[in-house]
Write a protein that binds this ligand. Structure first.
Ligand SMILES: Nc1ncnc2c1ncn2[C@@H]1O[C@H](COP(=O)(O)OP(=O)(O)OP(=O)(O)O)[C@@H](O)[C@H]1O
Ligand SMILES: [Mg+2]
Ligand SMILES: [Zn+2]
Length: 510
C-alpha cells in the first residue's frame, strides 16, 4: 500500500505544462482507475502499462490503484504518460525507490514488451523541464530532439527496465546529445538554385528584395512562366534562422510530429506549400485537440500559396489576423492554445481565368468583367498585406530552351540578402517587414523630394495608407541592398513599381 508522485508534461499549444501523476495503491478488490481529464488514449494506458510491467519482469500489484493526473482541468491526450504511470505504480508498490523519482520528469509510450516508444512534442517539454531544473527521461528515439533544448539535461532510455535500473543505481542511462547544432552557417536549404532560372530579371529582383526584408510577395503570370520555380528558390537565399527562432520552429515541428529539425536543418527556414484544397483548420491550426496549422509549420520561414484565387475565401480570411500578430490563439473550453506563426507569405496566381491576360500575342479572350471577378476572389485586405506584387511574363521559347543562360546562383544572392538583413537587425532589431509606427517613421524617413514622389504615386494609384507604409518598408530594404543610409528616389520608385495590383484593375495588364 502506498502513494507515489511522478512528474510528466502535458501539451498545450507550444507550452508543456507540468503534470503530476499521483498513484495510490489501496486495499480492496483489484482495480485500476485513471482520473484527471484523461482522454481515451490515456485511459488505454491501463492495459499497456499492465502488460509492460509484467513483461519487464515486475509484479502488477493487487489492490485498488487510483491514478490521478493533476491539475485536473488540463486536457491530457496521447501515450506520453505511460512511462510516468508505470513508474508511479512501481513506486507505490515498493518496486522502485519512490525517493529517487524527485528531480526527474518522464515522457514515453510503453510497448507491451516494456520497450519505450517515441512520442510527439518532446522538445517543448524538454525546454520547460530544463527551466524547472529537472532532468528529463525520454525514449531513445526522442533523445536527439530533447537535446536541442538549450541548457536542459535529458537522458535516453530504451525500456522501462533500463529506467528502473537507473533509478535504483543512480546511473546507467546515457545523456542525450544534439549533433552539430549551431556550428557555423548551415548549408543553403535544399530546393532549386536560382542559377536554374532563366530570364525573369524583375521577378528575381523582387524575390531578392522579399528575402532581404522578409516581405510578402505575390507573383502574377501565365502558366509555365516559372512562378512555382521562383518560389521554391526562396529558402535557398534566406538568411539562417536566429537560434531563438530556430528553437521555436523546431518546437512546432516536434508537436506536429514532423521529422526533428536536427543538425544542419535546425537553422533552415521552413518552406510550406499547402494545396489550395486545404481547409482553414489545416491552414491556421485547430481541432478539438489543437494542432498547429501550416502557418505555424512555416514559422520563421515561407508559406507558399500557389494558385491564390483558387483558395477559399474563408481560408484566406483567417490568415489576416496571424499575418499581423505573428501568432495564432486557438480557444477551447478548458484552455487556450497558442502557436507562433511569423511567416513570410509568397503567393502565385494567373492574371486571368485563362491565364494569358497581357500576353502580346493577344490569345487571352477573357472579358474585363471575367478578369475583375477572378481578381475579386482575393480580398483587398489580404492584398494590402502583401508588400510586393510582381509580374512574371511568359518567356520566349528561345530563352527557355537556350543551352546556357541561367542566372546568378543562389549563394551569391544570399550573401547580399544576409548583409542587408544584418543591417536591419543592427538598426531596428528585426527585419524591415516588421517596421511599424514610430520605428517605421524613424528608420524609413524621406527627404522632401522623395516625399513628393510618394505623395504623387499615392494619388495616381489611389493607394491606401497601409499600402504607402508597405512602400516605405520595401524602399528601406532596397536601400539596404544598395548599402545606402537614406532612401533615395530610385529606391522609392522601385518600391512603388511593386504595387501593380493596387492600380484600379484594368483588364490586360497587371
Ligand atoms: N524562367 C524559367 N527558367 C527555367 N525554367 C523555367 C522557367 N520558367 C519555367 N520553367 C520550367 O517550366 C516548368 C513550369 O514552371 P513553373 O511550374 O514554375 O511555372 P508556373 O509559373 O508556376 O506555372 P503555373 O501557373 O502553371 O503554376 C518547370 O519545370 C520549370 O522548371
Ligand atoms: Mg505554378
Ligand atoms: Zn484570359
Amino acid at each position: 500500500m502506498g502513494l507515489a508522485v511522478v512528474s510528466c508534461r502535458a501539451q498545450l499549444g507550444v507550452q508543456a505544462p507540468e503534470v503530476a501523476v499521483e498513484v495510490n495503491l489501496g486495499g480492496g478488490l483489484p482495480n485500476v482507475q485513471i482520473v484527471g481529464m484523461a482522454e481515451t488514449a490515456v485511459k488505454e494506458a491501463r492495459d499497456r502499462v499492465r502488460a509492460a510491467l509484467q513483461n519487464a519482469g515486475f509484479r502488477f500489484p493487487d489492490g485498488r490503484l487510483t491514478v490521478n493526473l493533476a491539475p485536473a482541468d488540463l486536457p491530457k491526450d496521447g501515450c506520453r504518460f505511460d512511462l510516468a504511470i508505470a513508474l508511479g505504480i512501481l513506486a507505490a508498490s515498493g518496486q522502485v525507490p519512490a525517493a529517487r523519482l524527485a528531480g526527474y520528469e518522464f515522457l514515453g509510450e510503453l510497448a507491451l514488451s516494456g520497450a519505450l516508444r517515441p512520442v510527439q512534442g518532446v522538445l517543448p517539454a524538454a525546454i520547460q523541464c530544463g527551466r524547472a531544473g529537472h532532468v528529463l527521461v525520454v525514449p531513445a528515439a526522442n533523445a536527439a530532439e530533447a537535446a536541442l533544448a538549450p541548457g536542459a539535461r535529458a537522458l535516453a532510455a530504451d525500456s522501462l527496465l533500463a529506467v528502473c535500473q537507473h533509478l535504483r543505481e543512480g546511473q546507467g542511462l546515457a545523456e542525450a546529445v544534439a549533433d552539430g547544432i549551431g556550428e557555423g552557417s548551415p548549408a543553403p536549404a535544399p530546393g532549386p538554385d536560382l542559377a536554374e532560372v532563366r530570364g525573369q530579371a524583375r521577378a528575381r529582383r523582387a524575390l531578392e528584395v522579399a528575402a532581404a526584408g522578409g516581405h510578402n510577395l505575390l507573383m502574377i503570370g501565365p502558366p509555365g512562366s516559372g512562378k512555382t520555380l521562383l518560389a521554391t528558390c526562396l529558402p535557398g537565399i534566406l538568411p539562417p534562422l536566429s537560434p531563438s527562432l530556430a528553437l521555436e520552429a523546431a518546437a512546432v515541428a516536434s508537436i506536429a510530429g514532423l521529422p526533428p529539425r536536427l543538425g544542419a536543418t535546425f537553422a533552415e527556414p521552413p518552406f510550406r506549400a499547402p494545396h489550395h484544397t486545404a481547409s482553414a483548420v489545416a491552414l491556421v491550426g485547430g481541432g478539438s485537440r489543437p494542432r498547429p496549422g501550416e502557418i505555424s509549420l512555416a514559422h520563421g520561414g515561407v508559406l507558399f500559396l500557389d494558385e491564390l484565387p483558387e483558395w477559399g475565401r474563408a481560408a484566406l480570411e483567417v490568415l489576416r489576423e496571424p499575418m499581423e500578430s505573428g501568432r495564432i490563439v486557438i480557444s477551447r473550453a478548458a484552455r487556450q492554445a497558442e502557436f507562433p506563426a511569423r511567416f513570410q507569405l509568397v503567393a502565385a496566381m494567373n492574371p486571368c481565368p485563362c491565364g494569358h491576360a497581357g500576353d502580346p500575342s493577344g490569345r487571352c479572350r477573357c472579358t474585363g468583367e471575367a478578369i475583375a471577378r477572378y481578381r475579386s476572389r482575393l480580398s483587398g485586405p489580404l492584398l494590402d498585406r502583401i508588400d510586393l506584387h510582381v509580374e512574371v511574363p511568359r518567356l520566349p521559347q528561345q530563352v527557355l530552351l537556350a543551352p546556357a543562360g541561367g542566372g546568378e546562383p543562389s549563394q551569391q544572392v544570399r550573401a547580399r540578402v544576409v548583409a542587408a538583413r544584418g543591417a536591419q537587425l543592427a538598426r531596428s532589431g528585426g527585419s524591415n517587414a516588421l517596421l511599424a509606427g514610430a520605428a517605421l517613421r524613424r528608420h524609413a524617413a524621406l527627404a522632401a523630394g522623395e516625399r513628393r514622389l510618394l505623395e504623387q504615386a499615392a494619388e495616381r494609384l489611389e493607394l491606401s495608407a497601409r499600402a504607402c507604409h508597405r512602400i516605405l518598408r520595401v524602399a528601406r530594404t532596397i536601400a539596404d541592398l544598395d548599402q545606402a543610409d537614406a532612401i533615395g528616389q530610385a529606391h522609392l520608385a522601385e518600391a512603388i513599381s511593386y504595387r501593380c495590383l493596387d492600380r484600379p484593375a484594368p483588364a490586360a495588364h497587371c
